[in-house]
Design a protein around this ligand. Structure first.
Ligand code: WT7
Length: 643
């Protein structure tokens, strides 16, 4: 690299004096956390309304299972809804909903309180009691958020399953959590079409032992099959229920939700989050990282509630802070590529939080699209889901942020529950592509295999060396896997292994470099290589498969699969490949469809029988092969390459 290019890469963007003057975060925040980390979190927890105060901030005696705010009790929904009404802000818009077909609906905090209460009364009538699990399989409509909050209000643990997942994926999540209720819709709007969803829900619950009822919101009006006694319409139950409901307080450690995410094995993990610590950190980070000003800002996080970003930065963080936010149902190019910018203009969005994959898509569509709109309401931009490449960062700031807004690149995970590493707007001079530093109250290290902390320039593993309030409390039903996955790597030190590579640069800025395990990141969606491999092998034509994530200009990574067919199977070429791709969509989700499938005679293996994925990645990314000395038969690549 030339030194001019290096300077360009190292260029930092300090906050403007104007932004800094009114920023929520000041230097005292870090100072307070440095002085006494637990006292700092004690202060942050007071952002919430508690029914009973806690007696101890952190109990780490049963590590790695933490208890935060021991003895405290609160109602999460009360904190997200009722208290804003009680404070006189009931008329403030909570959710400005924009449907894909162009319908819109606005819910104030008063409305939200009535709707959540109605749903809570219905769930109680259905016999659900605190601790029961509820599965949610819905698109981005207000009822999805209402359902989550109604669960929180009753102490029901929700498990949201992304509406893009297949019936098979939904079923395994319902079974694992033994959910009693499934809340879904007749269909969802996708690119102008009403796509059925209840069909998949029916397929999933058919024979599911735990499910007692299926509650259905009518979103599109398409025909559905109906099972009397089991199925209920939302408009015949919830909408007719009483809008009065008195919330009860639950223990700070009461399980709020389970959210399934991909690990390094085929079976998704049910990540468990609890109430007090989770809400404290979701609220704290939303307030400071997004510099959120209730009653002034219009906030828009473009995630889906099927992912943790939707849980923490559409539902719990913003609503606990009394935010006014946009919720959009559809895709960014429906009916055309102007949609997001029209929405920003229409609602005067001031804080916009999205993923690098969408930013790169906007870049591809061209700047004349955003340039055709008045985006001057925007004062802060956020990024999440994968490392943002400096080029996309610069484009985002220049084109969407009028060359002046701060960008917060937020690193965190389903497991961390809330943002961990991010610039603080108004304080941090940000470098394009760097998540910069752990937030006040959060502690992270970059270390090598021997747990030695690394200095500037050294690539290592990102670890979290102190417990944090929103941390996962375990994997549903699998305490052993929890310990093995996150805590066995640095067992002696008691550090959480995040699964990401990272480094510090000369200025101490932290760069997250991507996963170091067999987890792929496709458009910010986390998919494990072995999950896709198991799906492929479950097809009757496939003997063996190896899946790798290969660099992709738009989606970050693309899924590339190498497949060996069973002896008797006829290779019909494109037809078979299409069948295999569709099979993965049915087994997991269309988002897990391989970008490319190559049928090969053999896979590269070590003498101990391990597939050398590293080498397959070299092939998939068109590189020279790395070290092949441990391979049984280096010649297998001639056959693979020929394909
Ligand atoms: C993995 C977690 C956090 C909500 C969305 C994804 C990657 C996430 C960043 C970022 C670099 C990032 C990591 C992480 N990741 N945000 N700002 N910079 N990498 O949650 O599905 O649990 O995935 O996403 O690899 O481990 P998730």
């Amino acid at each position: 690299m030339t030194s001019a290019a290096q300077d360009h890469d190292q260029q930092a963007f300090p906050p403007s004096a104007e932004f800094a003057a009114t920023a929520n975060a000041g230097p005292e925040l870090q100072a307070a956390a440095d002085a006494d980390r637990l006292a700092f979190w004690d202060t942050q927890a007071q952002r919430l309304d508690w029914a009973t105060p806690w007696t101890q901030v952190l109990d780490w005696s049963d590590a790695p299972v933490a208890k935060w705010f021991v003895g405290g009790s609160l109602n999460v929904a009360y904190n997200c809804v009722d208290r804003h009404v009680e404070a006189g802000n009931g008329d403030r818009v909570a959710i400005a909903f924009e449907g894909e077909p162009g319908d819109s609906r606005s819910l104030t905090y008063n409305d939200l309180l009535a709707e959540v209460s109605k749903a809570a009364n219905t769930f109680t009538d259905l016999g659900l009691v605190a601790g029961d699990r509820v599965a949610i399989y819905m698109p981005m409509i207000p009822e999805a958020i209402i359902t989550m909050l109604a669960c929180a209000r009753l102490g029901l643990t929700h498990s949201v399953v992304f509406a893009g997942f297949s019936a098979t994926a939904l079923r395994s999540r319902i079974d694992d959590a033994e959910a009693k209720l499934l809340v879904t819709v007749d269909g969802q709007w996708r690119r102008g079409q009403a796509a059925p969803l209840k069909t998949a829900a029916d397929e999933a619950v058919n024979g599911a032992a735990s499910i007692q009822n299926v509650l259905v919101v009518q979103r599109t009006g398409i025909d559905v099959e109906w099972t009397d006694g089991r199925d209920l319409w939302w408009h015949e139950t919830v909408e007719k229920a009483s809008p009065e409901h008195t919330p009860e307080a639950f223990d700070a450690e009461h399980p709020l939700f389970i959210l399934y995410t991909s690990g390094t094995t085929g079976k998704p993990k049910g990540i468990v989050h609890t109430s007090g610590g989770y809400l404290t950190q979701a609220s704290y980070t939303h307030h400071y990282v997004f510099d959120h000003k209730p009653g002034k800002d219009v906030y828009w996080c473009t995630a889906d509630i099927g992912w943790v970003t939707g849980h923490s930065y559409i539902v719990y963080g913003p609503l606990s802070n009394g935010a006014t936010q946009v919720v959009y149902e559809g895709t960014p190019n429906s009916p055309n590529e102007h949609r997001h910018f029209e929405i920003i203009e229409k609602y005067g969005v001031s804080i916009y939080y999205t993923a690098p994959t969408l930013i790169r898509t906007f870049m591809k569509w061209g700047r004349e699209i955003p340039d055709a709109h008045d985006l001057s309401s925007i004062r802060l931009l956020g990024s999440v889901g994968e490392p943002i490449n400096p080029e996309a960062w610069r484009w985002y700031r220049a084109v969407i942020g009028a060359g002046k807004t701060p960008i917060v690149d937020t690193w965190w995970q389903t497991e961390t529950g809330a943002i961990m590493i991010s610039p603080l707007p108004g304080i941090t001079a940000t470098k394009p592509g760097s998540a910069m530093a752990p937030l006040p109250g959060i502690s992270a290290k970059i270390v090598d295999d021997e747990a030695t902390p690394l200095g500037a320039g050294g690539n290592g593993y990102l670890v979290l060396d102190q417990p944090w309030p929103a941390m996962l409390r375990g994997i549903w039903g699998d305490p052993l896997r929890y310990r093995e996955t996150y805590w066995s790597r640095y067992e002696e030190q008691g550090w959480y292994f995040a699964g990401d590579g990272a480094k510090y640069d000369e200025d101490g800025a932290l760069w997250v470099l991507g996963r170091v395990d067999d987890v792929m990141n496709v458009s910010g969606h986390r998919i494990s290589t072995s999950e896709v491999e198991s799906a492929l092998v479950s097809h009757p034509a496939v003997a063996e498969s190896a899946v790798v994530g290969a660099a992709d200009d738009t989606t970050g990574q693309g899924i590339v699969a190498y497949v060996i067919l069973l002896e008797h199977v006829e290779n019909t070429g494109d037809q078979l490949i299409k069948e295999l791709r569709d099979h993965v969509a049915v087994e997991i989700s269309p988002i897990a469809k391989p970008r490319q499938i190559t049928i090969v005679p053999e896979l590269p293996k070590t003498r101990s029988g391990k597939i050398m994925r590293r080498l397959l990645r070299d092939v998939a990314e068109g590189r020279e092969l790395g070290d092949t000395s441990t391979l049984v038969d280096p010649a297998v690549f001639d056959a693979i390459r020929k394909k």
